[in-house]
Design a protein around this ligand. Structure first.
Ligand SMILES: [Zn+2]
Length: 96
């Protein structure tokens, strides 16, 4: 599970991206969010007729609206939070 220090770092990086802009839930307009206790690591799928486990993925952190439960996922690579060997160009392929 994510440590309090990791959550703090994630919150700092997200706040840098959001700046002074008021962030509201796109579904209900609430302004309070929770950083999940763990990461998502969604594997990329190249064929909709199959499900492949493993291969390229997008490690991300779920941020949850504490009113309606809407989940936004933020790519750790874009936030600069992946270990160096996994952090490739922005928008590029993540992990292996
Ligand atoms: Zn909401």
């Amino acid at each position: 599970m994510i440590t309090p220090d990791e959550k703090e770092r994630i919150a700092q990086e997200l706040n840098k991206k959001f700046g002074a802009k008021d962030v509201k839930c796109p579904m209900c307009g609430n302004i309070h969010f929770i950083i999940a206790d763990g990461y998502f690591n969604t594997f990329m799928q190249g064929d909709l007729r199959q499900t492949n486990l493993g291969g390229p993925s997008i490690p991300s952190i779920p941020v949850i609206c504490n009113n309606c439960g809407f989940i936004s996922m933020h790519a750790l690579g874009i936030l600069g939070l992946l270990p160096k060997q996994e952090n490739t160009e922005k928008g590029g392929e993540y992990g292996k």
